[in-house]
Ligand binder design. Structure first.
Ligand code: 3PG
Ligand code: MG
Length: 349
């Protein structure tokens, strides 16, 4: 994989640095509900401050604002406050949500020029947005000397390991609701894996026919629900044979054990996507069992994608995972073998 040049190589002393971070975090009641991405962005900002940058202008998108009313909902203010609490330094300035300017997603050069104005160099640390060719992630890299931030580099290094020679057994666990997003990754990595375990909605979709040229391990039982409801009546049923009209909303106890056993001796694991509707406690056991199994595995373990990442935190095992990616779509596109525009725009090391 092509390595972009590192911010460590940049001479930032006395300079004004534009940093693109991915501070696109969930908000609740006007506050940051989960600050993992903000914390993951700190090392690059700290490095720039330590090395004497005169000013650090941080920019990010937040959500997908479309209307005028969205401007209030997606103001960067809560993020700015939260970051100031974690890293109080007068040299840091957080710019308003880049997506408030329609030029951003169009990768408009005029908007990129406005971002670049008054800055000496550009650092892209927004791995989670590196699959977007937008003004703040791609366009501006053509206007200023561009470098990769520490988080961006760490993501490429850890996720990149899955694309190279891996220690075996190599186990991939895939699930979640957005099935189409994951098919590409499985097509690219699945044939190189020793075991591919599939749960969640994906397992339901694959029942009739698999689009893959390799064998996959499917559930043997499911937790079936009478309706799509948190309090629905449940029963454990054979995979593919729930009571008429019932829905499989989690993998069953037999499958949990089989999947855990298939993960236990792995030397490399990539997990993306929950095994069921784990937001509802009745259908969370399968996802938590996989989270624990991945954590218990002594090999190199990687978890990517918002939902599975949340599951490892909720299961209390995050500190026993080798790498938790801050990217959802970006991690998947990288593992699909695609070039990320935000990375490609940075000169090579
Ligand atoms: C993400 O959360 O996936 C990134 O921040 C990118 O956001 P986007 O999908 O709205 O471009
Ligand atoms: Mg996304």
């Amino acid at each position: 994989m092509r390595a972009p040049r590192s911010v460590r190589e940049a001479d930032v002393s006395g300079r004004v640095v534009l940093v693109r971070s991915d501070l696109n975090v969930p908000l609740e009641d006007g506050r940051v509900a989960d600050d993992a991405r903000i914390r993951a962005s700190l090392p690059t900002l700290e490095l720039l401050l330590e090395r004497g940058a005169a000013a650090v202008r941080v920019c990010s998108h937040l959500g997908r604002p479309r209307t005028e009313e969205d401007r209030a909902r997606f103001s960067i203010d809560p993020v700015r406050k939260h970051l100031a609490g974690l890293l109080p330094d007068e040299r840091i300035e957080v710019l308003e949500n880049t997506r408030f300017d329609p030029g951003e997603t169009a990768n408009d050069e005029a908007f990129a020029r406005r971002l670049a104005e008054g800055c000496d160099l550009y650092v892209n640390d927004a791995f989670g947005s590196a699959h977007r060719a937008h003004s703040s992630t791609e366009g501006v890299a053509r206007l200023l000397p561009a470098y990769a931030g520490l988080l961006l580099l760490a993501e490429l290094e850890h996720l990149g390991k899955l694309l190279g020679e891996v220690e075996r057994p190599f186990v991939i666990v895939s699930g979640g609701a957005k099935v189409a997003d994951k098919v590409g990754v499985l097509r690219n990595l699945g044939s190189r894996a020793d075991r591919v375990l599939i749960g969640g909605k994906m397992a339901e979709d694959l029942r009739a026919e698999s689009p893959f040229p390799f064998e996959v391990m499917l559930p043997s039982d499911v937790v079936a629900a009478a309706s799509f409801d948190a309090d629905a009546e449940t029963v454990v049923a054979p995979y593919g044979d729930p009571p008429e009209g019932w829905l499989g909303l989690d993998i069953g106890p037999q499958t949990r054990e089989a999947f855990a056993a298939a993960i236990a001796d792995a030397r490399t694991v990539f997990w993306n996507g929950p095994m069921g509707v784990f937001e509802w406690p009745r259908f969370a056991e399968g996802t938590f069992a996989v989270a624990r199994a991945v954590a218990d595995c002594d090999g190199f373990t990687v978890v990517g994608g918002g939902d599975s990442v949340r599951a490892v935190y909720e299961a209390g095992v995050a500190d026993r995972i080798s790498w938790i990616s801050t990217g959802g779509g970006a991690a998947l596109e990288l593992l699909e073998g695609k070039e990320l525009p935000g990375v490609a725009a940075i000169p090579e090391a």
